[in-house]
Design a protein around this ligand. Structure first.
Ligand SMILES: Cc1cc2nc3c(=O)[nH]c(=O)nc-3n(C[C@H](O)[C@H](O)[C@H](O)COP(=O)(O)OP(=O)(O)OC[C@H]3O[C@@H](n4cnc5c(N)ncnc54)[C@H](O)[C@@H]3O)c2cc1C
Length: 320
């Protein structure tokens, strides 16, 4: 069976969920071969194997951490030339998209970004993209070279499918130009202790109705009782009430959690574009005519300053 390269996104060796989703999608079009760059390939191999990686090509070198993305592109290119895969799949993060674009140029291939689904086709894999604020789905196929496809997080539920996952060393020669930009310092983001927005199973989001930065403590309080991430509408973010990295929507992040709770958010099409594939949607809004109610599984017409604290207390009480 033809092999599919899957780029492993990991944080200090801990494989992130979007990679497991890619392995699940990759199995539809071939045999997944994971490409793990940096330290920890041996440790990651077990999880990657459990999710279907027939092998793990591992390379570790200081270039992967000391420079920007180009050394990673060198490695992925080396893997693609060694394996001749039917496709290369990369998570749709900012870094993933840059790696994928550079790889496609190097391989002379077509590139599809932000796919939300993948299926096999007679002439190669067919990718679905959700476009125009999720008003349309399009299906596309790369017609030249090895298809390079980036896939949005939460596009598939990771499924276990045990495979060998044996680690093989990938030999990489770094190009001179790839080490042209060195990372000189790093400042870790202060951890909130909450899950990453795009990977969280539950997201609690606040909008203009929250009314101020200080009131986001309410949303955080509810999120913490549920083990959820906190999101925000663009209106809330543009007002400076919450960081831009928390914006959900067309020009923010796409989330697809099991549960999405929107409070004080009207449900503009651009916001929906980033959350409407959530499994269960709950909205709290004091306007019964708010468009968000067209989309919800459960709607509460009420003042969020009453509903959210009451909900938080009730959840705490039930958890004991
Ligand atoms: C090109 C483009 C891209 C965009 N991208 C995004 C994007 O990525 N994400 C995004 O979110 N938006 C995006 N927008 C903006 C979008 O069109 C809306 O303006 C925005 O989503 C509105 O945010 P909101 O729902 O928080 O505010 P509003 O539309 O002002 O809604 C606030 C809601 O809060 C309710 N409310 C007020 N007080 C309370 C209370 N005490 N209790 C309960 N409910 C209350 C009101 O009834 C109202 O429904 C984009 C716009 C454009 C043009």
């Amino acid at each position: 069976m033809a092999e599919v390269l899957v780029y492993v996104d990991h944080a200090d060796g801990a494989v992130r969920k979007p990679t497991l989703e890619l392995l699940t999608l990759a199995r539809r079009i071939g045999e997944p071969v994971a490409v793990h760059l940096g330290a920890g390939a041996e440790n990651a191999a077990q999880l990657l194997g459990e999710h279907g990686a027939v092998k793990v090509l591992g390379a570790d070198a200081p270039e992967f951490t000391d420079y920007l993305v180009a050394p990673k592109v060198d490695a992925l290119e080396a893997a693609a030339r060694a394996v001749s895969p039917v496709a290369v799949l990369v998570p749709s993060s900012a870094e993933g998209k840059e790696i994928a674009a550079r790889l496609a140029v190097r391989l002379g291939s077509g590139l599809i970004t932000d796919a939300v689904d993948l299926e096999p086709g007679d002439d190669g894999p067919v990718a679905t993209q959700s476009v125009f604020a999720a008003a349309y789905n399009t299906k596309s196929r790369v017609t030249r070279g090895v298809p390079v496809i980036t896939v949005k997080p939460n596009s598939a539920a990771p499924e276990a499918a045990p495979a060998a996952g044996a680690v093989e060393e990938l030999s990489v020669a770094f190009g001179e130009k790839s080490t042209g930009t060195k990372v000189v310092s790093r400042t870790p983001r202060e951890s909130t202790g909450r899950p990453e927005l795009t990977e969280a199973a539950i997201v609690v989001s606040g909008g203009r109705g929250v009314g101020g930065a200080e009131n986001f403590a309410l949303m955080e309080g509810l999120a913490d009782t549920l083990g959820a991430a906190v999101g925000a509408s663009r209106a809330a973010v543009d007002a400076g009430w919450y960081p831009h990295s928390s914006q959900v929507g067309q020009t923010g992040k796409s989330v697809s959690p099991q549960l999405y709770i929107a409070a004080g958010i009207s449900g503009a099409i651009q916001h929906r574009a980033g959350m409407q594939t959530s499994k269960t949607i709950v909205a709290v809004n004091k306007d019964s005519e708010a468009p968000i109610f067209d989309l919800v599984d459960y709607g509460v017409v009420g003042d969020l300053f009453e509903v959210i604290p009451a909900l938080t207390e009730e959840i705490k009480a039930r958890k004991g």
